[in-house]
Design a protein. Sequence first.
Length: 162
Amino acid sequence: MSAKLLIAAQAPGLRVHETGLSFNDPSGDRLRAWLGIGRETFYDESKVAIVGMGFCFPGYTNKGADRPPRPECAPLWQPRLAAALPPFGLTLLVGRYAIDWHLGPRQKSTMTETVRAWRDYGPHLVPLPHPSWRNNAWLKKNPWFEAELLPELRARVAHALP
């Protein structure tokens, strides 16, 4: 594997589960816009690796939201994947579950504080909120994300991808 960018994500939504393509939905459109790359680059496995904390659609809650990844998935598969995958030039932690797994006790007390402290995790690791429409209110409340983090994120992605 030659990919230089790892996107550590949550678990596939129903549409993604049905099509077999990660982020093949509006949240993927938003994520690609955040990264400043198109679908062709995003789905080029020689450039981008996408690994979820879970690998199957976990179903919906009673309120219609996606359930979290199944709790047995990450402990079972993430260590095996980490051992098999090459080092990446840049790893993006997309959403709470990826942040929890990869940062553990190094994260701040909330996702907002963790993402706001993105500079603290070095040049090769960037925590991000999930790009779902459900986070529209969060994005409006946190204009620093678009003003400060996204330009740096795009620069890091451009540097990481050949």
